[in-house]
Design a protein around this ligand. Sequence first.
Ligand code: NAD
Length: 491
Amino acid sequence: MSYSKPKFQEKYGNYINGAFIAPVDGEYFDNHSPVDNSLIAKFPRSKDADVKNAIAAANAAKEEWGNTSVAERSAILQKIADILEEHLEYFAQIETSDNGKAIRETLNADLPLAVDHFRYFASVIRAEEGSASELNKNTLSLIIQEPLGVVAQIIPWNFPLLMMAWKVAPALAAGNCIVLKPAEQTPVSATIFAEKVGHLLPKGVFNVIHGFGPEAGKPLASSPNVDKVAFTGETTTGQLIMQYASKNLHPVTMELGGKSPNVFFNSIMDHDDEFLDKCIEGAVLFALNQGEVCTCPSRLLIQEDIYEAFIEKVIARTEAIKMGDPFSPDTMMGAQASNDQYEKILSYINIGKEEGAEVLTGGEAAKLDGDLGNGFYIKPTILKGHNKMRVFQEEIFGPVVSVCTFKDEAEALEIANDTLYGLGAGVWTRDAHQLYQIPRAIKAGRVWVNCYHDYPAHAPFGGYKKSGFGRENHLMMLNHYRQAKNMLISY
Ligand code: NAD
């Protein structure tokens, strides 16, 4: 099977009230593919007036959509999943074109996870009920769940379609109308999603506004006419969005940055080769999705008595990562998502060198041949240093891992928790005590033990500390998109 950049229109509109429409002031921006820096298409550079139109359309639709039955909404979500699945290869190629990630990931992870997300929320709402109980023999206490109304959703560029699915599926399932703003770096998949599934929803229920954060995101998050703001992105942007939403006292959920520790205890060396291989793969996952993952295991902590033996294997495995054409099925690492991100990652590698970190492998851009030479490729990089360095403390969001050693459990925990963030963590051990007590003591919303980077729809995901609050996935997510009403009915 061969894959390539699909054909795109020259320009696309915002998706408002069930139709693609041009921006009010007629301004567009160019969207380029990080694979080879070629032009994909033009997208609306939306401003206040476009955002207001989308919010108005959503408000006009909310009464009707909020009153649809759970069964109707569930059936629509199932159909959305079916259509995504039917066009899985097409969407996978779109994501690879727009984000630069390897096709093997979009085909085998991003798309199947997005499909499953719609199916999951289609199913759980059917299994859920409000509850009724008697307060006394004359009074019934009834609890029902009502949608919030219109939700503003602002998402990043690292998993464009999957982050959209994480937000859109539960919000629709709970009966809300949506105004979604994709990241300006990756506007394509949300647009094609609207094109393929928009007809399943009443007009105005799902709207997509393109554009830049300060021009399109800010009026959306600040609007008094939405009922909630759900955000995924950088911690500093999240702080701004909370300020905008707080003026209207609107609830927010915040899925923010991370600097996740991946902790390897010495017992991993005592066991079979198969388990050790799994550990090595787990350490190398810092390069998955080119390191542009909020839970990227970007701090590698290795117990000092196995450090030399283990890091040697991790370096060898890292150097075997096949970089190259993201459309080639055997490519393991593709392009960084944008020139800005590419520059940022390289500048962090330099900061690490200036701080005295030792480059164990990588440490520079990768030069590819032909058109790919115009794209944004960086070699997977391992820096050896200590946890006080900036490269251990700040989110790089690239294929760069910073490695240090620890003596014992206490020091492992001290280093793991010495971070402003608390999104993900990994623990690798065969010791029964450590299997439970170490993840329990790590301050993070998701701790993987002897595995990493699984994101099932039924497992709640979200941050501690500056990684945010609120949870995505799992049916508890529904409660972020609805409000409970209690009726005490006396008869
Ligand atoms: P970003 O914060 O720069 O942008 C995210 C979105 O916010 C984009 O749509 C952008 O246009 C918009 N935005 C930017 N400034 C804005 C403003 N002033 N007002 C309103 N909207 C604004 O983040 P990014 O660079 O796109 O994504 C990378 C970040 O996302 C990383 O920090 C990563 O850890 C985080 N992330 C977190 C999760 C999670 O679930 N916790 C998942 C994926 C990514």
